[in-house]
Design a protein around this ligand. Structure first.
Ligand SMILES: Nc1ncnc2c1ncn2[C@@H]1O[C@H](COP(=O)(O)OP(=O)(O)OP(=O)(O)O)[C@@H](O)[C@H]1O
Ligand SMILES: [Mg+2]
Length: 383
């Protein structure tokens, strides 16, 4: 195994290269500043959708086509700069998947740097999960199926980035703020500003001296040494999955263990608790218990300290495909019977190969609480 010790981001930022030439080669649609000012009613504060480390994001409507868009405006005083801007454009011009945000174009007029995306009407997963006003029925908390559909789709997007994109891409900033929701809660992964091209074979390792992203979602080896592999994204995915399942925030300084992944591992390893007690109470116990246990197991596997023990995103997708099959049987037994293929529900569970001794112990503890067959369980049993 050889180590490639370098700051890949610096290499990738293409310092000195002519950004306009590159943008022309990428065939990116270029907007004038005026077009985007018109689209956003002159960047009116009433059109602001949110603000991140890049700068404010405005809702807009393109005059020429009537298309709704989100316009992200680089704040020159902000934490991100031209390097992140170019990386976002480079990545999103070459990556295409139903669960990745679409970049419609950009603007590089004079000192301005603006990014134009498709508009995602339901905002970010973070808002839906944590910040949302749940007082009206249409703003109800996310139900179990929606949470699992979101996680499954995000897993597919990451399987594409890691295993289908050439060279593979490590996103490095997976968190609920960067999962945007369209109609029907169709999720799309956004924000490739700090993404990197990952090692294309298992023998090379990449280190970066710019440890970015949010600590609560960062794999330990990345936070400690700056090592970047696709397994760093797998860790972040595990944290997001735990957040979806528990409804808890990834970071809470008032919690026994501040980071959610540490807390869930700690609770399930050291405390004799019923795994179902980890469920977000806002789901009112409306979930199939057996799939719930498996989903937590995926979260635990993905957040193993040792990256080698974590599954690949391909393994995660296959396991979650199986959830879908099982869920059909569990949730609607009458309708589901006709659809059953007779396929073993345990057919795709490669994750068990990666389970550490601690996780095995936790799994044994849950088993003692009674593992329930998907075929004879009331999926909506109250917790
Ligand atoms: N395409 C979009 N459609 C609809 N809303 C969007 C879109 N892109 C961003 N937003 C909104 O703007 C907010 C800010 O997004 P942005 O990506 O700039 O920051 P962030 O993800 O919250 O933080 P960070 O800078 O750490 O990534 C999002 O939380 C979301 O509410
Ligand atoms: Mg974002």
């Amino acid at each position: 195994m050889h180590a490639v010790e370098r700051n890949v981001r610096a290499d990738q930022s293409m310092p000195g290269s002519n950004d306009d030439d590159l943008l022309a080669k990428l065939n990116v649609k270029m907007f004038s500043y005026n077009e985007l000012a018109t689209a956003t009613h002159n960047f009116n504060y009433q059109s602001v959708l949110g603000e991140g480390s890049f700068g404010p994001v405005f809702k807009g409507e393109l005059e020429a086509t009537g298309q709704l868009v989100a316009v992200k405006v680089l704040n020159p005083e902000g934490l991100q700069g031209n390097e992140e801007f170019m990386m976002e454009v480079v990545m999103l011009s070459r990556l295409h998947h139903p669960n990745l945000i679409k970049l419609i174009g950009c603007c590089t007029e004079e000192e301005h740097r603006l990014l134009v995306y498709e508009f995602m009407p339901l905002g970010s997963l973070n808002e839906r999960l944590h910040d949302f006003d749940h007082t009206t029925p249409e703003m109800a908390p996310l139900d179990w199926n929606t949470r699992m559909e979101i996680a499954h789709s995000v897993a597919k997007a990451f399987n594409y980035l890691h295993n289908e994109a050439r060279p593979p891409v490590v996103h490095r900033d997976l968190k609920p703020d960067n999962i945007l929701l369209g109609e029907g809660f169709h999720p799309k992964v956004s924000d490739f500003g700090i993404a990197m091209f990952g090692p294309s074979d298992d023998d090379s390792r990449i280190f970066t001296d710019s440890v970015m992203g949010v600590r609560a979602y960062s794999a330990p080896e990345f936070s400690n040494t700056g090592e970047v592999t696709t397994k760093s994204d797998v860790y972040s995915f595990g944290v997001v999955l735990m957040e979806l399942i528990t409804g808890l925030r990834a970071l809470d300084v008032h919690r026994e263990k501040h980071y959610l992944a540490d807390w869930v591992h700690y609770k399930l390893t050291n405390c004799e608790l019923d795994i179902v007690s980890l469920a977000d109470p806002r789901m009112n116990g409306q979930f199939p218990e057996d799939i719930f246990r498996k989903a937590i197991n995926v979260g635990l596997n993905c957040t193993e300290d040792d990256p080698k023990l974590r599954p690949s995103m391909k393994d995660v997708v296959r396991t979650m495909d199986n959830f879908k099959y099982e869920r059909r049987v569990v949730v609607a037994p009458d309708q589901g019977r006709g659809e059953s293929s007779g396929e073993s529900t345990e057919a795709h569970l490669p994750l068990s190969n990666f389970i550490s001794p601690e996780t095995k112990l936790a799994a044994t503890l849950w088993g003692r609480k009674g593992q329930i067959s998907p075929l004879n369980t009331n999926p909506y049993k109250k917790a």
